[in-house]
Design a protein around this ligand. Structure first.
Ligand code: NAD
Length: 389
């Protein structure tokens, strides 16, 4: 057996109603907290009010930074960090999807360090230090797994670049995964976030840091997504399906924190960096049909295992047959959950295909793929993803 590491410092509070415990959790770290969310659109207003009531009811002083947007930008982080400093925040609480939780992490860094959060990306020196404010994450999408990861994804609009802080210091100290908070997530967010959890799990099994821990978590998460996401899309109020997706999301987050993502995420980050109108999960859906066909022969066991999760009748087929079939099965799943998409439909100009291919090889994610794409192969993958008809 190969050597492996597994590390997870975030305390996980999972289950309906657990949001009620947020006040006592926050008090562990101080009395002044910065709450970080997207704006209070009608679907979210009562949740935010409930959270504020729980926090103030426990005796906390709350400042609410409610300016996060999907694919959060460096400008947003700077505004949030200023509010945290002016207020003297002792703990930062991100309530929302990956965008809000990642903003909370990046704000916790920028509020306590010289320069901006962008100066502390994974490849830069110095890295964020122990001065970083403690972070609490409350996930309201299922999703990104950010509630249990050491990653904060941010976008630099001026550079058209999406990158990440990747450091153990931004692991949330504690996270609350309360499926009741997810009942208001609309279909257009439920589908791509659910597919993101599938991708985190699958890509982790393909990553060089995969381990027996990853296999246990990832294949269970894939099973949960395949079974529950279509059910949930038919009835967004199904709490059991929401709970199962929240569990899949958390398992998948543990996978990326300990193994990692591969080629699709490198491409997906490039897509949303250049075209912020594309949600993260959508960017993955765009590249997946080409990625599966490009990769399956180089990871027969993993692709065959996923194929058999989709279709039990493949239990009797050879691994090679099942692995090849997985490409079609993933396509079918994307169609079923309404995510059969391409770059053209998001208004990407055709003359930027080469730029996007180049940008897709900036992050090291593509190098962890079982088949490493050459620049020409990456160009072909992007060309295929431009117009799927
Ligand atoms: P998101 O956080 O951008 O949210 C999408 C939309 O859904 C927002 O408008 C938000 O207000 C709304 N929303 C959230 N919860 C809701 C609820 N309960 N009811 C109604 N509306 C709700 O979406 P996301 O996919 O969760 O996060 C995407 C971001 O996370 C991207 O920037 C992506 O790159 C990043 N990401 C981070 C990690 C990590 O480990 N840190 C991993 C993967 C992706």
């Amino acid at each position: 057996m190969n050597k492996f590491n597994y590390y997870q410092p975030t305390e996980i509070l999972f289950g309906t109603g657990r949001i009620q415990e947020l006040g006592e959790l926050a008090l562990r770290y101080g009395k002044k907290c910065l709450l970080v969310t997207t704006p209070a659109i009608p679907a979210l207003e009562s949740m935010f009010n409930k959270v504020k009531k729980i926090l103030t009811g426990a005796g906390l002083d709350v400042a609410h930074f409610d300016q996060v947007q999907p694919n959060p930008t460096t400008e947003t982080i700077t505004a949030g960090a200023k509010m945290a400093s002016d207020f003297g925040a002792e703990v930062v609480i991100g309530v929302g999807g990956g965008s809000s939780m990642d903003s909370a992490k990046a704000i916790a860094v920028e509020a306590t360090h010289e320069g901006t959060a962008w100066d502390y990306l994974f490849y830069k020196e110095p890295q964020p230090s122990e001065k970083t404010l403690p972070i609490i994450a409350v996930s309201t999408t299922s999703g990104t797994g950010s509630q249990v990861t050491q990653v904060a994804v941010i976008t630099n609009t001026a550079k058209r670049d999406k990158s990440a802080i990747y450091n153990s210091i931004v692991y949330p100290k504690v996270c609350v995964v309360d499926p009741e908070l997810m009942l208001t997530v609309p279909k257009k967010v439920t589908a791509p976030t659910g597919f993101d959890a599938f991708c985190h799990s699958f890509e982790s099994t393909l990553h060089p840091n995969a381990s027996p821990y990853i296999d246990c978590l990832a294949y269970k998460a894939i099973e949960l997504v395949v079974k529950n996401l279509p059910v949930l899309l038919n009835d967004l109020s199904d709490l059991e399906a929401r709970s199962n997706m929240a569990l899949a999301d958390t398992f998948a987050g543990l996978c990326i924190a300990n193994a990692g993502v591969t080629l699709p995420h490198g491409v997906g980050m490039a897509i949303s960096g250049m075209y912020p109108q594309v949600a993260h999960g959508e960017s993955l859906a765009i590249i997946y049909p080409s990625f599966t066909r490009f990769t399956y022969k180089h990871a027969i066991t993993q692709f065959a295992t996923v194929a058999r999760i989709f279709d039990k009748s493949l239990n009797g087929a050879s691994d090679e047959v099942a692995a090849e079939k997985s490409c079609e099965l993933v396509d079918d799943f994307l169609r079923k959950i309404g995510l059969w998409m391409d770059l053209k439909q998001f208004g990407m100009p055709e003359n930027e295909i080469a730029d996007l291919a180049k940008q897709s090889m900036v992050l090291p994610d593509y190098e962890g793929n079982p088949r490493v794409a050459t620049p020409d192969e990456m160009l072909t993958l992007i060309e295929e993803s431009f117009d799927r008809k």
